[in-house]
Each structure stands twice: as C-alpha cells, then as structure tokens.
Design a protein around this ligand. Structure first.
Ligand SMILES: [Zn+2]
Length: 311
C-alpha cells in the first residue's frame, strides 16, 4: 500500500466519521421530535428542561457534550449521555461500514478473505458503485436505529418514516440495481459494471422482502410483545425491502430468539432483566448479519434469481 492510499484511507475514514457524527446529532433531533409531531427542521434546538436555545458551539456533535461536561449551560441540569453516545454510534457505523464495504470489499468477520482485498481501492474513484452500496446500508442502519431508539422511549414512529426509508432505497436502486443483494457487498467495481443487476429483478427482490416482512409482522401480532408493535412492523418491512427475504428471515429469527431469552430470564431470573423491544433486536441482528454475512446460509439468496421469469 503506498503512502497516498494510506493517507486517503485515513482521510476518508475521518470524513465518514465526521458525517456520521452530524447525522447522529440529527438522529437525536428526529427521535425526540418526530413521534410527538414537532417540526424537525425549523425550530432551533433547545434544552428540554429549561427551554433555552442551545448555542451553536455547544451543538457540535460529541464535543459539545464533552465541553459542557454533560450539563446544560443555563440550568446546570444533566444532559443525558445518550446524545453523545448516539452521535458516536452513528459516526462509527458510517466509518466501519465504509471500511468494510468500500475499502475492504465486503470483508466479513472473522476475516476469511483478507488476501483478496484490493489495496488499490482508491483507483476506482470517482464513481465507485460500492459507494452506493455503502450508502444503502448506512441509510438502512440509520432508519433501524431511529426506530429502535423511539421504541425504547415507548413512543411510536409515524409510518411516514418507513415510506421515506423505502423511497430513499428506491432512489439508490435506480442508480445501482444490485444494491440490496448481499453478495454485491464483496463485488469489485469491475464485477458490478459487468454484472449489473437489472431494475425489475431488484424491485421483485425488494417486493418479496416486503411481503415476507408483512408475513412476519402478522406472526408477531399473535404474541404479546413488549413495546409498540408499529415500530417493530416498520423495522421488519425496512429490512425486507432493503435486503430481501433471506436476510429478513435470519434477522427475525435472531430477534425473536433474543426476545424469548429475555422473556425466560425475566420470568425465572431473580431480577427483572433488561427488556428491549423488537426494533432494537432487529437493529442488532442487522449489524450481526452484515458483519458476518458470508457465514449465513442463503445470505445472498442467489437461487431466487433463477426462479425469476426469463431466466
Ligand atoms: Zn437547561
């Protein structure tokens, strides 16, 4: 790896982290305001306790909170550590996924594939289709995390959140139709150019995923789940729409197993354990599947393409 590539890799990661921190800051606003129907863009951010406007320099993601040592400048009441944690989390999400998808071409953990990564990832810029693949995963993670946070707050996310997510995915599909197929995470730019999926197949794949999401959502209605059902349904439909039926099924199985473990622990354990909702479980399951996707059977669901008409 030459010095230019190392430098560029570092710079791109710093940029991804910085963008992620800003988006994380915005996510705090979304999670706070959207369920209670407050305007998201117009109003200035203010302290939820004393209602004073927050100074521009205190609003810098992560550092603002650190500088104030977690206390409001005016009323000195503590500001929840959740704000900088969400900002750091989204920043890491952006940077780590950039490293895994764009730089390392879909390396999964444990790293089985290191010998194949291309040290010349920079040569594909500009116009690397993997950037679109990365963008799609980052959007999905962002939307799932928002649902998980709203769900843990015992609020309900309005359905326009789901619609917005699916519209963004559709826009990215128009640019790069292969964007939702897991095995394209590892494709090189050359592979993607030669072997581009087509839009009808991709739309069909996404549609089947959404239908499966509905089916799982109907199943969840049979059980009495903690938290709000509407958030869980939105998470299921987003997962199915973005990544297709196989990933949806795996994530649902992981999520439900975890919910059942929590239930058993809560029932027979001494203490009432942590009980998270379905949305939080699905977000974590998505992270797990994304980091280890090569190890899941049918993770890419390639055989489905052969069932499609015209193949
Ligand atoms: Zn205050």
């Amino acid at each position: 790896m030459d010095i230019l590539t190392i430098l560029a890799t570092f710079l791109f990661l710093v940029f991804a982290f910085g963008y992620g921190a800003c988006f994380g800051s915005f996510l705090n606003v979304v999670v706070w305001r959207l369920p209670s129907k407050m305007p998201i863009m117009l109003a200035r951010s203010h302290c939820p306790k004393c209602r004073q406007d927050i100074w521009g320099s205190d609003n810098i993601p992560i550092f603002g909170w650190l500088r104030l040592r977690g206390k409001c400048r005016f009323c000195q009441l503590p500001i929840s550590a959740r704000y900088p944690l969400v900002e750091t989390g989204v920043a890491l999400l952006f940077a780590v996924l950039f490293a895994l998808i764009v730089i390392a071409h879909g390396v999964t953990l444990p790293t089985d594939w290191m010998h194949q990564h291309r040290i010349s990832w920079l040569s594909e810029f500009p116009g690397c289709p993997l950037l679109v693949v990365w963008g799609d995963q980052v959007v999905l993670g962002y939307f799932l995390l928002a649902l998980a946070l709203v769900d843990e707050d015992r609020q309900q996310m309005p359905y326009r959140w789901l619609i917005l997510g699916l519209v963004v995915h559709l826009g990215l599909l128009l640019i790069e139709p292969s964007v939702g197929m897991m095995d394209y995470l590892s494709a090189t730019a050359g592979d993607l150019a030669e072997n581009r999926g087509n839009l009808p197949d991709a739309a069909c794949f996404s549609g089947v995923g959404i239908v499966c999401g509905f089916a799982v959502a109907l199943l969840t209605m049979l059980f009495r789940l903690p938290h709000q059902l509407r958030n869980g349904i939105q998470s299921l439909l987003l997962l199915g729409g973005f990544l297709g039926p196989a990933v949806l099924v795996w994530c649902s199985l992981i999520g439900f197993s975890s919910l059942i473990c929590q239930w058993i622990l809560g029932r027979f354990g001494k203490k009432q354990g942590v009980r998270t909702g379905l949305s939080a479980q699905l977000f974590l399951a998505w992270l797990l599947v994304l980091m280890t996707w090569r190890w899941w059977p049918e993770g890419n669901w390639l055989w489905m393409q052969e069932l499609l008409p015209g193949k």
